[in-house]
Write a protein that binds this ligand. Structure first.
Ligand SMILES: [Cu+2]
Length: 134
């Protein structure tokens, strides 16, 4: 565990191990929010408050579901960065698993206006979503 934490230290992200994303692979019913998917997983997320304000903390509600039976390592890593500026956040959000593929992540803060990209890594699956913060 300690070793793994070190491997992720360069990311200003949140990592949590040993999580079951969902029970069986099934039709992915997810709560409303922004929906992202790959061939193997789908997720929806929303921020709290829904409008991200520069320099103010926000939280993230995330729901994840497997579309296939494929093995997915039970790890989740959440991060955000500004691709044009090549920097990430100055804060490291925490993640807690709420069960049934639901997660709550707190401690997010975008310190500059512009284009930010959320990056959600679920095992080897990587999903990204771009948002404009004014
Ligand atoms: Cu920037």
């Amino acid at each position: 565990m300690e070793k793994r934490r070190n491997a992720f230290q360069r990311h200003a992200g949140a990592l949590i191990g040993a999580i079951c994303f969902c029970g069986a692979a099934q039709a992915c019913e997810l709560p409303s929010g922004r929906r992202l998917e790959t061939e193997r997983v789908a997720l929806s997320y929303r921020t709290e408050p829904s409008k991200i304000v520069v320099g103010e903390h926000f939280a993230l509600e995330l729901a994840v579901c497997r579309k296939q039976k494929a093995e997915i390592r039970n790890e989740i890593n959440l991060d955000a960065h500004m691709p044009e500026h090549r920097h990430g956040m100055n804060y490291r959000p925490s993640v807690s698993a709420l069960g049934s593929g639901r997660f709550r992540s707190e401690g997010w803060l975008f310190h500059m206006p512009g284009r930010w990209e959320f990056v959600f890594e679920l095992g080897s699956e990587r999903l990204a979503d771009s948002v404009l913060v004014e």
